[in-house]
Design a protein around this ligand. Structure first.
Ligand SMILES: Cc1ncc(COP(=O)(O)O)c(C=O)c1O
Length: 482
């Protein structure tokens, strides 16, 4: 705690000690100079010197001749382990802003998705970095910075990087629709596109129809925008129930539908083409209800063809298609896009208000990678690897999980949705027990706004199969059977 009552030099020493303990200053780092400290804190030379003497006395810093004070290497033993959250005393003041509802229950689970090399990563849904063309992307990034050092460092206002939009417009016919470059807005990941789409179509308090189960990020987006999630039953093969949707529309005012028709996360379901047509043209168009279509997994089909997007059946501009390169190329780049249809203007304005612009370099790098023609070849390899990994994990679940366990056969993507035979099972407990054994999984309840799917878990198969993973599935099966 800051030494509020003590001498000024003690307070200064304590605040620097806090920076060392919190790893803001690490062993070997230079501590701010006497002169800097004097200016920064409005203190005299002698106060600054006294503070350093205290820190030296505590063994936290050492003076180097002609150079100043440095954090001592031995100071490492004061430090908490990096993965242990450092408790900052001032955080106490903010306890009242703790998250509530879905966001709160999901937050703890999401923390366990953070990549730790020592954990077996069945939790987070990203492909292993070794399956991504990192070197080629780095090359594109460096090239973008080198060839356009000024323009790469300018705001790239909405609708976003022209060459990237050109490449995306060239690829749109693969999904069964055609679009002009001007009708695409680039975003910071798919998540920004989804948020913009929700804000352009709904007002706080409105109801949005979603699939159940659905990606927890969508539930959190709804919650943070003050929107109500109306969950619809969703079939693991054919996707959301259109009968249930029609029944809901008869009794509830729905402002938008937010679906992942192509390989729902976590189900891997894929709506048949005819159902997409019925959804867009027969159910939504007559009622002027927008469909926000999350297409993020669509390039990762396991069959022979990429399914058409619902956007392909959109005659009214009511479909807002959102996607990104996070699942197939570069999760860290945060490059996504939205095709907002008749909501182009509000989406573009909201994008401007939300993040002003998408990072320029990374858009340029992705555009160059697409232009090089390497993307399709990469996708072919990635699809093969992911399909194989899904099969391996699925086989192991069949072998090691309790009799009566059911597992999806996804049509694309790389996650499996596993149902434990006992409806009373609680995979929250399994999640905790697995983590203690160094295995990360996603418990079912985070995929529902109502805490449903408690006896389900999602296994992400983004990483190449190996003996360690097999052992982990065996351990999970044993824990699940207890
Ligand atoms: C269905 C779905 N939509 C959106 C996202 C997030 O996309 P991005 O990382 O591009 O914001 C995810 C990530 O898991 C997802 O599964």
């Amino acid at each position: 705690m800051p030494n509020v009552a003590g001498h000024l030099y003690e307070q200064v020493a304590d605040s620097i000690a806090e920076m060392i303990e919190g790893r803001v200053l690490r062993p070997g780092d230079r501590v701010p100079s006497v002169r800097k400290l004097m200016a920064q804190r409005g203190i005299s030379r002698s106060t600054a010197m006294q503070a350093f003497q205290i820190l030296e006395g505590r063994g936290m810093v050492e003076a180097r001749p002609q150079s100043g004070y440095y954090v001592k290497p031995q100071a490492a033993h004061f430090l908490p382990e990096p993965e242990q959250a450092h408790h900052h005393p001032h955080h106490d003041e903010y306890e009242h802003v703790e998250l509530e509802g879905t966001a709160a229950s999901v937050a703890a689970v999401l923390e366990s998705f953070r990549y730790h090399p020592e954990n077996v990563p069945f939790g987070v849904a990203t492909p292993a970095t070794e399956l991504l063309p990192n070197r080629a992307l780095n090359h594109c990034l460096a090239h973008a910075a080198r060839t356009a050092p000024e323009s790469a460092n300018q705001y790239d206002f909405p609708p976003g990087y022209a060459e990237l939009r050109r490449q995306l417009a060239q690829r749109a016919p693969d999904a069964g629709y055609q679009v002009a470059m001007e009708e695409i807005v680039t975003t910071c990941g798919c998540m920004e596109g989804l948020n913009l789409a929700l804000r352009a179509t709904c007002r706080p308090g409105d109801s949005v129809a979603i699939e159940s189960p659905t990606y927890h990020g969508l539930l959190q987006a709804l919650e943070s925008l003050g929107l109500r999630a109306v969950e619809l039953p969703t079939h693991p093969k054919t996707g959301v129930s259109l009968e249930a949707l029609e029944a809901t529309l008869r009794k509830t005012k729905i402002s938008a539908c937010l679906f992942t028709p192509t390989f729902n996360n976590p189900l891997g379901s894929c709506m048949p083409e005819e159902s997409r047509r019925v959804l867009v043209q027969d159910i939504l168009a007559p009622r002027s209800i927008p469909l926000i279509e999350d297409e993020i997994y669509a390039d990762l089909y396991h069959g022979s063809e990429r399914p058409k997007a619902c956007k392909a059946f959109d005659r009214e501009g009511l479909v807002l298609l959102c996607s990104s390169f996070s699942k197939n190329l570069a999760p860290g780049y945060r490059v996504g896009w939205i095709v907002p249809g008749r909501f182009q203007q509000p989406v573009q304005l909201l994008k401007f208000m939300n993040t002003l612009a998408t990072t320029t370099h990374v858009q340029a790098a992705v555009a160059e990678f697409l232009q090089s023609g390497a993307f399709d070849q990469h996708l072919r390899r990635l699809r093969r690897a992911l399909r194989e990994q899904v099969q391996r994990v699925s086989n192991a679940v069949a072998e090691f999980f309790p009799a009566g366990t059911r597992v999806t056969r996804p049509a694309g993507g790389f996650v499996l949705w596993v149902e434990l035979p006992d409806p009373a099972s609680d995979t929250r407990e399994l999640h905790r027990a697995a983590l203690r054994q160094g295995i990360s999984i996603a418990p079912g309840h985070i995929f529902s706004a109502r805490g449903r799917h408690g006896n389900f878990l999602r296994l992400s198969c983004g990483h190449p199969w190996n003996a360690r993973m097999e052992e982990a599935v065996e351990t999970l099966g044993r824990l699940a059977g207890r």
